[in-house]
Design a binder for this molecule. Structure first.
Ligand code: MNI
Length: 482
């Protein structure tokens, strides 16, 4: 009810406030071409992976129930190269100004698992409904609750206002105590200017740890922000943008190279309503390293109708509107920054689930966006059920894709046994272009047209190719050996 009301009310309000999106270019959102995060070799990164993991939200040690063997299985089954790894403010800063280095050691240990397999990591400072401390039963003392998660108990100021039990977790967001906790965090009350300062400094402590770690490629500053009494452009262009700017400045004091990823408010924008987020400036020397990390959750799928019939039609309309908004914010507002779809997902048992997942990955491919699916947790939304059985997600995601491109991709497409990539080589990049090829489509050797094979490793499933430094775009086509 809240989601529907929220999206319709906020959506109407936001859309009305902003009028229709500026339409230009083929997609309607912007004429600005996609841009990409790059690796240390200067290659454009195409990131595919999961959120790992929801189980971290309530874990006393802040870690997901996800082992190195789980990662090995994911890598072997789907060839992923990216993770949106959930961290939490309550774990980073369990007491004001005290940063838990043992927690950061645990995070760094997990990051090394990904590093050993050639992954890139985005650290996500995750919150849902502010903190575990919003309900006594959900609070294990450090904000590691089951309803809310994210902020530490010491940063949770509900001013005695009530939080009564709700049938749906989302409805906790509009409980008086939770609204007040958010209003105090954003200092909408004028009572707690210190909290956003603590938040920015907590991020600085994280960035100080990972500044030299080239596996950690980005920081996702806040998961699904909620403005409490402030909603829409007044929130996104007000305290949210201010927090992002303050946190970016704090991170840049210790880390010049990681991308800083900013997300819009969740309600409305997750469902395709245009965002009112405003420009964030990167004080680093040289190119800006800001990225945009929206989420996508079309309403019809949230109501359990699956991707079929009218629900499919409405979902497609949502995706189109969502895409225009993403292109406008990333292209025009933030200044031509890369996009990472930080979250999307669904119950894979719903009708049309495979078609929906394919549609979203096609949209991401056309946007040049990275994707972290929600989530790797065992269950019908994820790739594996609790007993280890694969869901349809594994075969749907296990497709060829270019992981790192020695230039600027202009378009690519793939099916299980074919990949075609067009890109403009960057002469300054000496590393080869790296492509993942699943065994299902490439059981033996590979044929490559338009480039020279540097290496093909059937164990790692990685093909590397190089092209002459021609000025113009080159098209590489990969098929199984004839
Ligand atoms: C009322 N508000 C502020 C609200 C409601 C619902 C969501 C949501 O479903 N989000 C989608 C998924 N994202 C989180 C993790 O980031 C998951 O728990 C949700 O399923 C977000 C915010």
């Amino acid at each position: 009810a809240l989601i529907v009301a929220g999206s319709l009310i906020l959506g109407g309000g936001i859309a009305a406030a902003q009028g229709s999106l500026p339409t230009s270019g083929s997609a309607g959102g912007t004429d600005v071409p996609p841009s990409y995060l790059t690796d240390d070799a200067g290659r454009s990164l195409i990131l595919r992976g999961f959120n790992t993991a929801s189980s971290a939200k309530s874990a006393p040690d802040g870690m997901p129930k996800f082992t190195e063997a789980d990662l090995e299985r994911e890598h072997a089954d789907m060839g992923t190269n990216f993770v949106r790894f959930l961290i939490s403010w309550r774990s980073v800063e369990p007491e004001p100004g005290q940063y838990d280095q043992a927690y950061l050691d645990r995070v760094e240990d997990r990051v090394s698992w990904y590093a050993e397999r050639g992954y890139k990591v985005m650290l996500d400072m995750h919150q849902d409904v502010y903190s575990g401390a919003i309900t006594p039963e959900g609070n294990s003392g450090n904000g590691a609750g089951n309803i809310g998660n994210g902020a530490p108990a010491w940063a949770t100021y509900m001013d005695g206002l009530p939080v009564s039990p709700q049938d749906r977790w989302e409805l906790y967001y509009i409980q008086p105590g939770v609204m007040r906790a958010f209003d105090n965090f954003w200092n909408t009350t004028g009572q707690h200017p210190e909290l956003v300062e603590h938040y920015a400094n907590a991020w600085q402590a994280v960035a100080e740890r990972f500044a030299g770690n080239d596996t950690v490629v980005a920081y996702d500053l806040m998961n699904e922000p909620w403005g409490g009494s402030l909603q829409g452009p007044a929130f996104e262009g007000g305290p949210l943008a201010a927090l992002y700017q303050r946190t970016t400045n704090a991170i840049r004091e210790v880390d010049q190279d990681s991308w800083v990823c900013v997300a819009p408010q969740a309600v409305g924008v997750n469902q395709g309503v245009p965002s009112g987020l405003t420009k964030i400036n990167d004080p680093r020397a040289g190119e800006q390293r800001i990225a945009y990390c929206p989420h996508l959750y079309p309403l019809p799928l949230d109501l359990g109708d699956g991707y079929s019939g009218l629900s499919r039609t409405l979902t497609d309309a949502t995706i189109d509107t969502w895409r225009d908004s993403v292109e406008h914010i990333a292209g025009n507002v933030l200044g031509g920054v890369p996009v990472i779809l930080g979250e999307f997902g669904l119950d894979t048992t719903l009708p049309g689930a495979t078609d929906y997942v394919d549609r979203v990955y096609t949209t991401a491919r056309e946007l040049g966006a990275g994707v972290s699916y929600w989530s790797s947790d065992p269950g019908p939304w994820g790739p594996y059920l609790p007993d280890g059985t694969q869901t349809l997600l594994v075969d749907t995601l296990n497709k060829p894709y270019p992981r790192a491109v020695a230039g600027t991709p202009t378009e690519w497409s793939s099916s299980v046994d074919r990949l075609q990539l067009t890109f403009t080589p960057n002469p300054a990049v000496t590393a080869p272009t790296e492509i993942y090829l699943p065994e299902s489509g490439f059981p033996g050797g590979v044929d490559v047209a338009g480039a020279d094979i540097v290496n093909w490793n059937p164990q790692s499933r990685l093909l590397t190719v190089e092209t002459a430094d021609d000025a113009g775009p080159v098209t590489v086509t990969v098929t199984p050996a004839s």
